[in-house]
Design a protein around this ligand. Sequence first.
Ligand code: PGA
Length: 246
Amino acid sequence: MLIVSNWKAYVESREEAKKLYALAARLSQKGHTLVLAPSAVHIGVLASLKKGQVALGAQDVSTQTRGAHTGDVTAGALRDAGVSFVIVGHSERRASGETDGTIVEKVRRVLAEGMTPIICIGESVRDLEGTYLKVVRKMIESVLSPLTPKERTQLVFAYEPVWAIGKSGAEAIQEEDLTEMILYIRKVLGEFLPGKASEKIPVLYGGSVEAGVIRSLAGGTGVDGFLIGHASAEVPSYKALVEALL
Ligand code: PGA
């Protein structure tokens, strides 16, 4: 499975970051692909450690390339620092004004540098009429429509319903609901990708994934991995999470 740690702004010290990295390096020998997305300022520190099979991710990227863009972290700088995955369109970034248009620009920047975008999609609320399905469809369509057929095959999607983010494991999505969403997302992806190409796109789940629920969410739901926030940002909870999948 692809297990992506989104440390958000939880990990502020190099010491904590290094401890989590060392743990991931040990756990990565057990077969899962582990990606750590630290604060941008810690990417270089972790890249210099180069232990095990741990890949580095970024939590966001600029729409700009090299030039006069104070404060921006470009895809070129991330690639040079050792990043291979970039989270794009996280709901916390969308809440700060990120639009479908900027998400597409960011995806293109990431792909142009040979990295893999992890595109976050997910409804804010669930309703009985199924409007949330249309919301998710529109998010997928707005990213895929402008991309070339080749670009469309180079993505990872993370289904992260906003209502499930930042809570406790008990409030994560239920298995049946996740199974339904993964099928639905694959159906929509299939409308944009020929033949079996859409089946090869990893679809992750994120939203209050903790050690107590990760195994049941992994088994039989069709999910290819997880994007994990708070539980990935401390050594005991991260260890418990990954070990629950071994
Ligand atoms: P959470 O965050 O695991 O803390 O809910 C997930 C995410 O927002 O990526």
